[in-house]
Design a protein around this ligand. Structure first.
Ligand code: ACO
Length: 423
């Protein structure tokens, strides 16, 4: 079988053979035959904007791998910091590399006092923590003069460490501010995830001791959310990064993309949906309203997965472990009945709609005590390592600035009308 396609321009009869490489065809070849004819592809559904060696995703089969390692094995045996190192460096760290990496991350968790006292304290008392996080990330770029030195590997690694390490501190600071609670400084004796929980929940005790089951569960959620190839926020990271902006500004842009309800806000929508359904008796009526097109079953369906999201399977197990500690989230039974009903209904199966990662993640966060507005923040903490892995890959690929084409559908040329002659 020839691994190529042939295209013919029916206007001229000219044709050209284009090789299929890595499952795609090059637009540069296409342009040789058809200059000025663009692919119309809103949402980039069928356009690969880059080559990437970070995450493999097969939506038909429900496969997700980071740097070749199956997500199931990573969730079972790895830790978030191990995975973050893997994503960024391409290989799992040796024990020495891992110790050094954890040490470095631990010693970069503090934020400049001006950022906390003047910048974060300047927000309105009820500011949304995700809005605060997006702004604080952009503000970080002004604290590090070497941030713009993006082609200096040493400076670049420094910003990567700072960003990964400071995300939990910024996230917890935003939460504490929104509750009128004092800021908790990082505790270097705690691991990455335990330290985050300490900064979130510590009150007056000398040392906050988080439940190890909850620490591990949150760490698993961080692993599952660390990367997901070219999603909306990673695309924002790559787009801004392609202009050679500093990584703080690019990460702020990525976090802003994650703020949207279609992306990082879906698990919040799931909780709102489950709360509004309210009881098992209302599930059938709710499913009927989804089928009538009146609403969507939140946490179901995915642009890429057309089978069970492998992360949802892992999360369901994690949920059981968390509920054994926190007590069952009362919304769980409604979620389980919704899932069971939908998976045996032709409307959902024919459209290949299955639970995605967000169907259960919100239930876990809620059981752990996180308020809804922290959900996108919890997503942004681990996704930062994925964004940065893509940013490094982009810079090393010497990619071109992101600049898509458009199909113009506006007015033809027309002459300006002075305001006195407009009716
Ligand atoms: N409930 C009911 N019907 C749905 C749902 C849903 N959740 N999702 C898709 N459909 C239906 C659509 O109505 C459409 O039906 P039709 O062909 O009869 O018109 C068909 O399935 C295809 O849907 P699209 O909107 O074309 O699918 P798309 O790939 O554009 O959307 C999306 C994917 C946005 C995730 C969608 O499934 C959705 O809105 N899901 C609910 C929100 C959600 O859970 N988002 C989280 C995504 S995961 C993440 O960001 C981490």
């Amino acid at each position: 079988m020839t691994e190529s396609i042939t295209i013919t321009d029916n206007r001229t009869g000219a044709s050209m053979e284009i090789p299929i490489q890595n499952g795609g065809v090059s637009e540069l070849d296409w342009q040789k035959l058809l200059p000025g004819i663009w692919f119309y592809d809103p949402g980039f559904v069928g356009t690969a904007a880059c080559e990437s060696a970070i995450t493999y995703l097969d939506g038909e089969q429900g496969i997700l791998r980071y740097r070749g390692y199956p997500i199931e094995q990573l969730a079972e045996q790895s830790t978030y910091l191990d995975v973050a190192y893997l994503l960024i460096n391409g290989e799992l760290p040796t024990p020495t590399q891992f110790d050094e990496w954890c040490h470095e991350v631990t010693y970069h968790t503090f934020i400049h006092e001006n950022l906390r006292k003047r910048f974060l304290d300047g927000f309105h008392y009820d500011a949304h923590p995700m809005g605060m996080l997006v702004s604080a990330l952009a503000a970080l770029s002004t604290f590090y003069m070497d941030a713009k030195d993006i082609f200096n590997p040493e400076a670049r690694n420094k910003q990567i460490l700072r960003l990964i390490a400071k995300m939990p501190t910024l996230a917890a600071a935003a939460y504490r501010f929104s509750r009128g609670m004092p800021f908790v400084y990082p505790d270097n004796a705690l691991g990455f995830t335990a330290n985050f929980l300490s900064m979130m929940w510590k009150v007056a005790e000398p040392r906050f001791e988080p439940d190890p089951v909850l620490v591990r569960a949150l760490d698993v959620l961080f692993i599952l959310h660390a990367d997901h190839e070219q999603n909306c926020s990673t695309t924002a990271m790559r787009t801004v990064g392609s202009s050679h902006a500093d990584p703080y500004s690019a990460t702020a842009a990525a976090a802003a993309a994650l703020y949207g309800p279609r992306h990082g806000g879906a698990n919040e929508a799931v909780i709102r949906m489950l709360t509004s359904i309210g009881s098992l008796d209302n599930v059938d009526a709710f499913i009927a309203s989804v089928k009538a097109g009146e609403t969507r079953l939140q946490g179901f369906g995915h642009r890429v997965y057309k089978s069970y999201d492998p992360r949802a399977r892992i999360i369901k197990r994690t949920a059981d472990e968390v509920f054994a500690v926190t007590g069952k989230n009362p919304l769980l039974d409604i979620a389980l009945k919704l899932e069971e009903t939908a998976l045996s209904d032709e409307y959902f199966t024919s459209r290949r709609l299955y639970p995605n990662v967000d169907f259960y993640s919100g239930l876990i966060y809620q059981a752990m005590g996180f308020p809804l507005e922290m959900f996108p923040v919890l997503f942004a903490i681990p996704r930062t390592s994925g964004w940065l892995a893509h940013w490094v890959e982009l810079l090393e690929q010497d990619s071109r600035i992101a600049r898509p084409r458009q199909l113009y559908v506006g007015e033809e040329k027309r002459d300006f009308v002075p305001i006195s002659r407009r009716h």
